[in-house]
Design a protein. Structure first.
Length: 131
């Protein structure tokens, strides 16, 4: 199944690879799996997978300062985490603010990108009562 293939691809440590294509695949696999788990309403496992992408993206950038690509995957994972908190009702806004603060701390160079993409995502969302 697709889930099994994605899990196999994730077994390697992306920070050890110097080739951009290999690292892209190793960062994309857990991101895609997280999206799949979110769609299957496996929210806790999806949350852990998004966190893994963030950690791996930061590790990649730390190991390869000349090839900064990890932050863009971390941004995508933070956006996935925002989608996970949509079902939290009254606590949704607080959770989003906490994610924004975490992103500013963990990926400061890409925090503006995250907040910009978040604002665009929120502007495209249907009104709260219609979901």
């Amino acid at each position: 199944s697709a889930e099994k293939r994605l899990r196999r691809a994730m077994d390697a440590d992306s920070a050890k690879f110097k080739d951009r294509r290999a690292s892209d695949i190793l960062l994309i696999a857990p991101l895609e799996l997280a999206d799949l788990l979110r769609d299957q309403k496996k929210y806790e496992e999806a949350e852990q997978m998004y966190k893994r992408v963030i950690d791996q993206g930061i590790a990649w950038d730390d190991a390869h300062p000349e090839k900064q690509i990890g932050a863009s995957y971390a941004v995508a994972a933070y956006l996935g985490r925002v989608q996970l908190v949509q079902h939290k009702g009254d606590e949704r806004e607080k959770a989003i603010e906490e994610l924004k603060a975490e992103a500013r701390k963990r990926i400061p160079a890409a925090a503006d990108q995250f907040e910009s993409e978040l604002a665009m995502m929120q502007s495209l969302a249907p009104p709260a009562g219609t979901r």
